[in-house]
Design a protein around this ligand. Structure first.
Ligand code: SF4
Ligand code: SF4
Length: 455
């Protein structure tokens, strides 16, 4: 595990296995967040979170104002949708998201008075976020307001936040961990948020800790982000919040690895952070919680990174949910002549896509554009049984077995080797000298194993 030491926490600041890919964050980490103006249209899929789709509550040709609820999350594991722009509801459309899901969506044509997006961003990065008024919110009210604001995890998973923070008599939460690791290469949206809006993150963390009755609050950041650590230390002065500075390693930001690094506890196979007394949320989610409660402003905008050598001007942007990726790419000067692959998210866990009309959703943390040089020499050869994929897997799985089970349609072997414990980090594919796309095979194997469990 090397010489790295984490002071003041039971964990070591590190976890077993994992990899060290080039982080390429220098392409965009110095770019201050820029605000995109209101687009002509936005398209909002009814399912942009984990769980049940929300129910459309507006009709075609209806006028909506900024922030109005347009889709209601009626099931417990669902999230409501709010209009990011004022406008007229167009007829329903279908969209295909980068992960291949084909979904009904609400489209809004901009019309009428718009809220200035710059005002929303200025509010977020203000130094005036209160800490002393937190105690006026009781835990029940905090959960209710998080629910009605449509907040989901902004780190990529898009799990509805109110579900995570609803009190549960059988699982007591001791520690709230705020994830600011952002270990995916290229992505810098969380980094910029920690530098530019640390006080909103702190206000959201204090509110969320109150909802779950956590004794400890820890913001976790990797040691390649010293400027973010400095800003967070200043913003958390005279609060109970601690900062854990962790070893830079992929995938340090995944829940299980982060809990092991900081608290030293292992989540049992198939278990949740709450099984070891932890609630975890991302820094962007915390800033959104603060806006939802203190400014009564629902989740309508987010910060994303647009980076990679295939984009002319890498940037960090504050954008309305539902803006098309084509608009975002245009704002960054377009693609370079050698752009070869556009990925929603980062290159390790993201999804390649080619339909640029697809919208930014609540869970879109960034767009990464890779060049021909970066994706060349991907021709697959035979497995040489080197074991590198096993050595890299942070979940101690045997990726080569899982991939074989998927390739030969054998769901029972896949389940026997715990295919559902794989969280698709991509470490195995990254290290494989035979260029076998193990994670893609495992993804298909998981679908196969799930389908076989239904019969
Ligand atoms: S098997 Fe899954 S969890 Fe393990 S390295 Fe591969 S993608 Fe990551
Ligand atoms: S890393 Fe690739 S070549 Fe090596 S054992 Fe795993 S699948 Fe085979």
């Amino acid at each position: 595990m090397g010489l790295f030491k984490l002071k003041g926490f039971p964990g070591t600041g590190n976890f077993r296995h994992g990899i060290h890919p080039p982080d390429n964050k220098h392409l965009s980490n110095e770019s201050k967040v820029e605000v995109m103006e209101t687009p002509e249209t936005v398209t909002l899929p009814l399912l942009q979170h984990l769980g049940v789709p929300c129910k459309q509550i507006v009709e075609a040709r209806q006028l909506v104002s900024y922030g109005e609820m347009i889709g209601k999350g009626e099931a417990f594991v669902s999230a409501s949708l709010h209009a990011p722009i004022a406008g007229i509801i167009k007829k329903n459309v279908m969209v295909t998201l980068p992960n291949g899901r084909h979904l009904p969506a609400i489209s809004i044509q901009a019309s009428g008075d718009q809220i200035a997006p710059q005002r929303l961003w200025d509010e977020m990065r203000s130094k005036e976020w209160p800490r002393d008024c937190i105690s006026i919110y009781d835990p029940f009210t905090i959960v209710k307001l998080i629910h009605s604001s449509g907040v989901v995890g902004l780190g990529g998973a898009a799990f509805p936040t109110h579900v995570k923070v609803t009190p549960n008599d059988t699982r007591m939460i001791d520690t709230l961990m705020i994830n600011g690791c952002e270990c995916e290469p290229y992505l810098t949206c969380d980094y910029r948020l920690m530098i530019e809006a640390p006080r909103a993150i702190v206000a959201g963390a204090l509110l969320t800790a109150r909802a779950v009755s956590a004794r400890e609050i820890v913001i976790c950041v990797e040691d390649n982000k010293p400027e973010a650590v400095k800003k967070l230390k200043e913003a958390t002065e005279q609060t109970v919040i601690k900062i854990a500075v962790l070893k830079t390693k992929y995938p340090q930001g995944s829940e299980k690895q982060l809990i092991k690094s900081v608290i030293g506890l292992e989540i049992p196979l198939g278990g949740l952070p709450s099984d070891v007394g932890v609630a975890m949320s991302n820094v962007g989610t915390m800033a959104t919680v603060a806006r939802g409660l203190i400014k009564e402003s629902p989740l309508t905008h987010r910060v994303i990174s647009v980076s990679g050598r295939g984009i002319k001007h890498p940037k960090n942007l504050f954008v309305p949910i539902g803006i098309s990726i084509a608009d975002v790419i245009d704002f960054c000067g377009g693609l370079t002549p050698d752009a070869a692959r556009v990925v929603a998210g980062g290159p390790m866990m993201g999804f390649s896509f080619s339909d640029f009309n697809t919208p930014v959703t609540k869970g879109t943390s960034g767009i990464t554009v890779l060049t021909h040089d970066e994706i060349k020499s991907e021709e697959e050869t035979s497995c040489i049984r080197c074991g590198r994929c096993v050595d890299a897997c942070p979940m101690n799985l045997v990726p080569t077995r899982l991939a074989l089970a998927a390739r030969y349609n054998n769901p029972s072997i896949a389940s026997q080797y715990h295919i559902h414990a794989c969280f698709e980090c991509g470490c195995c594919s990254y290290v494989c000298p035979a260029k076998i796309n193990l994670v893609q095979l495992i993804r298909a194997g998981k679908k196969l194993a799930t389908a076989s469990q239904k019969f």
